[in-house]
Design a protein around this ligand. Structure first.
Ligand code: PLP
Length: 329
């Protein structure tokens, strides 16, 4: 199946820039580093979810849906970008967010409100509770005569991950123009769709690029299982021949610190280093930890000085403002 045959709505500002980071590379005395600026996808302050939402909202519209329901943490970037995508397409958005009722109206949560999303805060962080709550909301809207479209946390479906299969085509054409070849892509990998799409994209482009996922909170096994599940669904959806094995999926969970959403000292250091060498801002939940991983892998000699690494900047900076206390300490 051709990607172009699937329903899609343009939401992201593409292609995102591919920028070399020479001062960061010099500070690390490691490989050549490029940063793929998916923080500049443009949809309500950017981030990786815009690529997924192009295909997810395309499917929602093709099915005639008028309400989009999704879930995440109170500082979910996915929820914020879904709220914006829904507005752009003229749909109502309901966000089921896990956290405290009293959560500060800051960062992504503030933007959810500005975007006019219907926010329902629940205290549980259990996936099954969040899913069941979304199903309740969907039933409620169906009973009122609406057609809901439910998007799982992080937009983690094969349809969403299509955006990252295509992103590899975009990356490779940018690298061809620059005359460089990447040896590895390093990305934050949470619900798995970004890494799965990049992995399938690299496989279908017959490239030998390693796609390395850095977990912001879950164990290596959990993230690997999520990525592999989406890879399998993607190969079915796109009618591809290859089968992925768990050993093909590279995930590190050593950089998650005390857990999801908890700022680690290494993450804070990575945010400062990239800000002070390249003038680029990372976020405290995903990309700061992914960069802490890249820095440590460089120090451990995972990449040679003649190699080229692409750091996939997946966005998330609105959360910086919700972490002002921890970051200013
Ligand atoms: C800023 C940011 N980076 C990375 C990720 C991880 O992407 P994925 O869920 O596709 O693994 C997310 C969302 O989960 C995110 O919001």
């Amino acid at each position: 199946m051709q990607l172009g045959a699937l329903p899609r709505i343009r939401l992201a500002s593409l292609p995102t820039p591919l920028e070399e980071a020479p001062r960061l590379a010099e500070a690390l005395s490691g490989p050549r580093i490029f940063i793929k600026r998916d923080d500049l996808t443009g949809l309500a302050l950017g981030g990786n979810k815009a690529r997924k939402l192009e295909f997810l909202m395309g499917e929602a519209r093709a099915r005639g849906c008028d309400v989009v329901i999704t879930t995440g943490a109170v500082q979910s970037n996915h929820a914020r970008q879904t709220a914006a995508a829904a507005r752009k397409v003229g749909l109502h958005a309901v966000l089921v967010l896990s956290g405290e009722e009293s959560a500060e109206l800051q960062g992504n949560l503030l933007l959810d409100h500005l975007l006019g999303a219907e926010v329902r805060v629940i205290q549980s962080t259990e996936q099954y509770v969040m899913l069941a709550t979304m199903e309740d909301v969907a039933r409620e809207f169906t009973a009122r005569g609406h057609r809901p479209y439910v998007i799982p946390s992080g937009g983690a479906t094969a349809v969403g991950a299509l955006g990252f299969v295509e992103a590899v085509i975009e990356l490779i054409s940018q690298m061809n123009v620059l005359g460089v070849k990447a040896d590895a892509i390093v990305t934050s990998s949470g619900t798995g769709g970004t890494q799965a799409g990049l992995y399938v994209g690299c496989k279908t482009m017959a490239s030998n690029i390693d796609v390395i996922g850095i977990s912001p909170g879950s164990s290596r096994d959990v993230v690997t299982r999520r990525v592999l599940g989406i890879v399998e669904d993607l190969t079915r959806l796109l009618k591809l021949e290859f089968r992925a094995h768990p050993d093909d999926i590279i995930v590190y969970d050593e950089y998650r610190g005390a857990g999801y959403g908890i700022l680690s000292p290494e993450c804070a250091d990575a945010i400062r280093l990239v800000a002070r060498t390249e003038g680029i801002l990372l976020d405290p939940v995903y990309t700061g930890k992914a960069m802490a991983g890249l820095i440590d892998l460089v120090r451990k000699g995972r990449f040679g000085a003649t190699q080229t690494v692409v750091f996939w900047h997946t966005g998330g900076q609105p959360a910086l403002f919700a972490y002002h206390d921890a970051l200013s300490r």
